[in-house]
Design a binder for this molecule. Sequence first.
Ligand code: B1M
Length: 212
Amino acid sequence: MPLLNELSTAIIDGKKNDAVRITQALLDAKTDPSAIVEQGMIPGMAVVGERFKNNEIFVPEMLIAARAMKESLKLVEPILISSGIKPKYTSIIGTVQGDLHDIGKNLIATMWKGAGFNVVDLGTNVSPEKYLAAAREHNANIIGLSALLTTTMPAMRTTVDLLRKSDMPHVKILIGGAPITQAFADEIGADGYAADAGTAVDVAKRLVSAAA
Ligand code: B1M
């Protein structure tokens, strides 16, 4: 669909106003909001990542692209969430200690809300102790850890270790993020791994309903 390609291009170029305008046009044309995210926004950010890796662009350009995506996402979020289901399960989500990337994490939070979860979002750079305190405070069913940097993957292990040794060893833990794999999830003892936001909904539902 040409408009989805135009949305990718606007995000790649960091043209926030264009990205927001095109997103609105797609919504007005009744495009499936998940397709807007998965076929318009995410491919754009993938190109941005490739260009950064190849030293074709630098952090400021990456930030400008991220802002274009975030502002566009704000238009789609209410529609993704509007399921009207009363939350049955409580989830905690955050990006692990040392990591400031939050676009993917925000997307999972939105999708979880859309799937009827109560979502407590701890933000970025979340210490293991903060996850545990939130899990206790909200009596969480599931905790989601996001990491985008290989250097912050060890913080996932530390968080899983702390939770398992705590008074909440049975809380379900789902991990994800660009460098994360199923093998890493198995290695650190997480209950689940998801490669993308859609899968994160399916896996979270499976984990909490199996524990109920
Ligand atoms: Co940074 N960055 N960044 N960055 N950045 C990456 C991750 C990188 C891969 C770019 C590259 O080199 N190609 C690279 C990491 C390399 C590595 O570790 N191997 C990198 C780097 C190096 C850095 C800095 C160190 C750069 C520097 O300062 N020299 C720095 C680190 C800062 C820090 O965190 N301490 C940095 C900074 C930034 C910005 C601030 C400029 C900005 C972030 C803005 C923000 O988030 N508010 C930024 C961005 C935008 C990116 C890229 C380009 C895009 C990330 C993104 O938002 N993608 C990224 C390259 C890339 O990934 N292609 C890159 C879109 C988002 C929807 O996808 O987050 O992958 P993603 O989420 C997906 C899945 O991963 C999954 O589902 C989501 C939806 O499908 N998922 C989960 C994510 N979390 C999940 C949790 C789950 C389940 C699934 O369960 C709970």
